[in-house]
Design a protein around this ligand. Structure first.
Ligand SMILES: *Cc1c(COP(=O)(O)O)cnc(C)c1O
Length: 363
């Protein structure tokens, strides 16, 4: 059977081992006579999947007792409003770091709920760098600082060491949709982090939230039940029907990652994959990436030739070689290779081989 290398920014590739296992379980999960999709979310079989997935994720993320893992729906985009809705009263302050379109969307949602300021932004240079995060300029009354750890569209990321080096006088909230479990972030520094599953965790339909349980103090009953984090904390993400199948696949992905050696090990592989690409681009006479080394994403590698027609023919030719979805986001153009955890090294090498040929033929 033919499998292609999918460089999409999301939904992204899943590890082949995960798909094989899901295939094996499809008609009769562990011999129970039905698939995970058909099971009651209150059944013992599903309960085990739910708890095991949670335990594995807690282990991989290395979160302490004060943190809870939630399985929600509505995508990362729903978190843009759920976060301020739960953490702010209208007069409360929050500070946002605007490093791309996703952070900007989150900022716009927050404006509906409180007094929101922009602490730093890189919009002046089309988001091609990580701005200085001047924590001493944060108003002491600020409830939380919001940032996006990986900017999927622009190929930049706020590194774990940068986050570790700043002392944040407020809660820290992070959108980690496109780089959760890819690098060794100290997750206990985050009071709330979230990620749509479809990039590094599993299929779409599941939104993972990692949250410190004691950060909410709004009056009980003052929020819609489904949009109050405390509902899901108290009911263990089983207040209503969770996205069971997506959680099951996420559990298989977590198991795959654990068997591989966990986040530290995948970080090594991710560094190797992205370095191969960046080194090739930096030495190329055709392809360019202008992002400073320390700000470069390990997950989304953006590059251009500088000629729109050439970019287009690059993407077209790649598709013929089974390297798909290399077109950059419509807002920036050029190319983008998303090399999430499940993209094997062979895929990156196949891409580089194609880039070499393309360069020779077009220079
Ligand atoms: C993809 C992405 C989102 C949007 O996720 P949805 O689950 O589609 O809402 C938000 N933030 C970042 C950083 C992303 O990469």
């Amino acid at each position: 059977m033919k499998r292609i290398y999918n460089f999409s920014a999301g939904p992204a590739m899943l590890p082949i081992e995960v798909l094989e296992e899901a295939k094996k379980d499809m008609l009769s999960y562990k011999g129970c006579g039905m698939s995970v999709m058909e099971m009651s979310h209150r059944s013992p079989e599903y309960s085990e999947i739910h708890q095991e997935t949670k335990t594995l994720l807690k282990e991989l993320l290395k979160v302490d007792e004060n943190h809870e893992i939630l399985f929600l729906q509505g995508g990362a985009s729903s978190q843009f409003s759920m976060v301020p809705m739960n953490l702010l009263d209208p007069k409360d302050k929050a500070a946002y770091v605007i490093t791309g379109s996703w952070a900007k969307k989150a900022y716009k949602e927050a404006l509906l709920f409180g007094d929101i300021s922009i602490l730093a932004s890189s919009e002046d240079k089309s988001f091609n760098y990580i701005p200085d995060i001047k924590v001493d300029e944060i108003d002491p009354k600020t409830k939380y600082l919001y940032l996006c750890t990986n900017n999927t569209i622009y190929g930049t990321r706020i590194s774990p060491s940068l986050i570790n080096s700043i002392k944040i006088p407020a809660l820290l909230v992070g959108d980690m949709s496109s780089n959760i479990l890819s690098e060794d972030y100290d997750m206990n520094r985050f009071d709330l982090a979230f990620a749509g599953a479809q990039k590094n965790l599993g299929p779409s339909g599941l939104t993972l939230v990692v949250v410190r349980k004691d950060i909410f103090n709004k009056e009980k009953g003052s929020l819609p039940t489904m949009f109050d984090y405390r509902t899901h904390i108290e009911k263990d993400s089983l207040y209503n029907t969770p996205p069971c199948y997506s959680i099951y696949i996420c559990g298989l992905v977590a198991k795959w990652l654990k068997n591989l050696g966990g986040v530290k090990e995948i970080e090594k592989i991710n560094r190797e994959k992205s370095k191969l690409l960046y080194d090739f681009i930096d030495n190329s006479r055709l392809f360019k990436n202008e992002i400073k080394e320390e700000d470069r994403s390990l997950m989304n590698v953006v590059f251009v030739t500088g000629d729109k027609n050439l970019d287009e023919s690059f993407v077209k030719g790649a598709k013929e070689k089974g390297l798909i979805n290399l077109k950059g986001h419509r807002s920036v153009g050029g190319m983008r290779a998303s090399v999430y955890n499940a993209m094997p090294l062979e895929g990156v090498n196949a891409l580089i081989d194609y880039m070499k040929d393309f360069e020779i033929n077009n220079i």
